[in-house]
Design a binder for this molecule. Structure first.
Ligand code: FE2
Ligand code: FE2
Length: 242
């Protein structure tokens, strides 16, 4: 189903609850009555084209939003990516950590089981934190600076000179998907860990981990398919202009 601006936002959520975190990432609060997507976007001052591309991409894995998104200012995409980082680091990962804390086992291996799981989760947490911190400190600020210069009539000559030393392509080459640690975490729970007394918490941990993984994959696609190609184009243009 393609989500359009005239659909009621409530209808959209009722059809696909996976969009709940996406909608809240845009700052939209529940209680939106019968307002359409367009009305909500206006109320919250959100670019409706951008909003629709993002929700459609999350709603349908085969939907390819990238062409339209490439025409939207990078600053907007970066802003959205930052909110996603916040959601991973400050909401979702602490949630999973709390769930792990709630697991209980019987017998003398109880502590060992929890330690093993915490160790694997800790490795994953560290990877996500390092990855997102690097993007926030290095990559996103660079992209914003690049866009500013690209849009300026008088781009900074130092910035252009530095383009020979630094390129977004270096980031693209090393941009990993955080898969290894996450796969280990899933495997340890599914294959090896002794079943916990409260196994419904185990299932919750797994489900939340899979959901987070999917969300982060879409996030990476935005970085690879929107941020990188647009930044490459800007770098090439700026070099030509100098
Ligand atoms: Fe990111
Ligand atoms: Fe990333």
């Amino acid at each position: 189903m393609l989500i359009t601006k005239d659909l009621k936002l409530a209808e959209v959520i009722l059809r696909n609850y996976h969009l709940i975190p996406i909608v809240s990432r845009f700052g939209i609060q529940f209680g939106f009555g019968d307002k359409s997507v367009a009305q909500i976007c206006e109320q919250y001052n959100i670019n409706p084209v951008f909003f629709l591309e993002i929700v459609n991409a999350f709603n349908d894995k085969d939907y390819l939003p990238y062409e339209k998104l490439k025409k939207i200012p990078l600053s907007q995409t970066v802003n959205y990516l930052l909110k996603s980082h916040h959601y991973y680091n400050k909401v979702k990962l602490p949630d999973i950590e709390n769930l792990i804390g709630r697991l209980e086992w019987e017998g003398e291996d109880a502590d060992r089981n929890k330690n093993v799981l915490q160790k694997f989760f800790g490795r994953y947490l560290k990877e996500v934190k390092e990855h997102t911190a690097n993007e926030e400190k290095e990559i996103y600020p660079y992209v914003l600076e690049l866009e500013k210069n690209y849009n300026s009539e008088k781009p900074s000559s130092t910035f252009i000179e530095n383009l020979t030393k630094k390129s977004i392509k270096d980031y693209a080459d090393t941009h990993d998907e955080l898969n290894a640690a996450l796969l280990d975490l899933k495997n340890i729970i599914i294959k090896y860990l002794q079943p916990a007394k409260n196994s419904e918490v185990t299932k919750q941990i797994l489900t939340e981990t899979f959901k987070l993984d999917e969300d982060m994959k879409d996030h990476t696609k935005l970085e690879d398919n929107v941020i990188v190609p647009v930044a490459v184009m800007m770098e090439t243009e700026l070099k030509k202009r100098s």
